[in-house]
Design a protein around this ligand. Structure first.
Ligand SMILES: Cc1ncc(COP(=O)(O)O)c(C=O)c1O
Length: 474
């Protein structure tokens, strides 16, 4: 190389030094976080953060990474109870580094030989755990949102194959569905009437008694329902729809059955909780996120199809320079089935976990975090000043502070301020949501290292804040 700067960029010795120093940093970060040292979220408002990085003087990569760690959410922290992105298993993060380093784009076989073969093995394992037979196929893609879109585009393609003149299409889903479903509907060009949001029962799952009525109304409006999506679980409440009921309904009306199991799909590995996903094997397509409940780095999602052929029908288009038409199944040229052309070598992040720790590791993780959620729910139920929105199905929990003398409006303000105050303090990271116009504190028992004492402490903090009369609205 003639440029001395470029030679420095690719200097193998420098790389080793920088990588070792960074791993040293991450290793300290990990041990502090798991032991609960420091804050779960060092919260600063967005303008302050922007100013900090604008004024930041870069002295070395190590110093830069140190600052990034100092100023980022610690998903490994045992008091992290935040969004549904798990603490990455370090070995899987190392696979992520290998993926970033190799940059094997994986769109076509020869550009991702190891990864593409491994991806098939990972998807076969997942399909097998779901209960699919040998006709199933799957692939990995960048996130649950893209996974839902890809699966529903396959549903559309399958419907249009049978009804080429269909125009006004619709999809049905519980009103608690993740917003990626609504976005998918828009991208698919559905009209407002085409997104049929089904009302919930008191427990926030689809009200089975309302389904036929809504379906018939759609038909009367001239909408052809092409897919019904089950939540396993819904994001806000963590509740799982009756997957068997939806399966029967879809079979009766010849509708594609998709399950958004981005969060809860990992429970197929849990000896204790896999029964809660009964009926999952009847779905035509399923989405499972590895970065939520399987300890993998963001972002990696499996899209599984009961009938493998369906997985090839979504993006049938001409891209001759990439994809050569073949008589035989072309499983190894992944861009035929994914929205992405280039993508990460995400399969190696799953595979290394399965092989190094065996698939039992997913059982242990899911079962522990789900158990913790039930333990916390019991504590909340027993507390006179706390109210649970609904018993948990997974590891997502919504509850609120209550007081007999306060109106719902006042309670909404108090709960909002409790959460804001905890966010700014940063010892714990918890969330909030609104259900039936009531503000709830929402938390996910995402971290397997969180102990009972940590859950006791967060509840105590919540009660103390509410009782101390120090909140703005009090
Ligand atoms: C039920 C559900 N579906 C889809 C998604 C979107 O997944 P991703 O963030 O991987 O795009 C989420 C994210 O929280 C989710 O909870």
């Amino acid at each position: 190389m003639n440029s001395s700067k470029l030679s420095k960029v690719y200097n193998a010795e420098d790389f080793k030094k920088q990588a070792n120093a960074t791993v040293e940093l991450l290793s300290n970060h990990l041990s502090n976080a798991i032991n609960g040292k420091g804050k779960a979220i060092p919260y600063k408002d967005a303008e302050t953060e922007y100013q900090f990085w604008n004024d930041f003087e870069f002295t070395s990569a190590e110093n830069f990474f140190e600052n990034v760690l100092d100023r980022s959410v610690r998903t490994h922290h045992k008091k992290y109870m935040g969004h549904q992105v798990g603490a990455t298993a370090p070995l899987s993060a190392i696979a992520g580094l290998v993926s970033s380093f190799l940059n094997n784009g994986s769109a076509v076989y020869e550009m991702g030989m190891a990864n593409n073969a491994i991806e098939r093995i990972v998807c076969e394992l997942l399909s097998n755990k779901v209960g699919y037979d040998k006709n199933s196929r799957g692939f990995l893609t960048s996130g649950g949102s893209l996974g839902n879109l890809t699966a529903l585009l396959a549903a559309k393609a399958a419907y249009l194959n049978r009804h080429p003149n269909a125009k006004r299409l619709g999809i049905m889903v519980g009103e608690q569905a993740h917003y990626s479903i609504e976005r998918t509907g828009r991208i698919m060009g559905l009209e407002a009437e085409g997104l049929i949001l089904l009302p919930s029962k008191e427990d926030f799952t689809i009200d089975e008694h309302q389904v036929e009525k809504n379906y018939q109304r759609a038909l009367e409006q001239g909408i052809e329902v092409i897919a019904f999506i089950g939540n396993a679980p819904s994001t806000a409440t963590g509740k799982i729809d009756d997957l068997n009921f939806i399966a029967e309904f879809c079979q009766k009306h010849s509708i594609w059955y998709h399950i958004d199991a981005a969060h809860g799909g990992a429970a197929i590995f849990s000896t204790t909780y896999k029964g809660d996903l009964k009926g999952i094997e009847k779905a035509d397509s399923i989405v499972i996120d590895g970065h939520k409940m399987m300890m993998l780095p963001a972002i990696t999602t499996a899209v599984l199809f009961k009938n493998g052929t369906d997985s090839y029908n979504t993006f049938k288009q001409k891209a001759d320079y990439l994809l050569t038409a073949t008589e035989e199944e072309d499983w190894s040229n992944l861009a035929k089935r994914t929205f992405e052309c280039t993508k990460n070598m995400m399969a190696i992040e799953w595979y290394v976990m399965i092989k190094a720790y065996s698939e039992d590791i997913f059982d242990e993780f899911v079962t522990k975090t789900y158990d913790n959620c039930r333990m916390l729910a019991d504590k909340i139920k027993q507390h006179p000043s706390l109210e649970l929105a609904v018993d948990p199905d997974t590891n997502i929990l919504c509850f609120r502070y209550v007081h007999r003398a306060k109106t719902d409006q006042e309670l909404n303000q108090i709960n909002k301020e409790i959460r804001q105050s905890l966010l700014e303090e940063g010892d714990f990271y918890i969330l909030q949501t609104i259900l039936n116009e009531k503000v709830y504190i929402r938390l996910n028992t995402m971290n397997a290292f969180t102990e009972e004492a940590d859950y006791d402490l967060v509840l105590k903090k919540i009660i103390d804040l509410a009782d101390s009369n120090t909140l703005k609205s009090q």
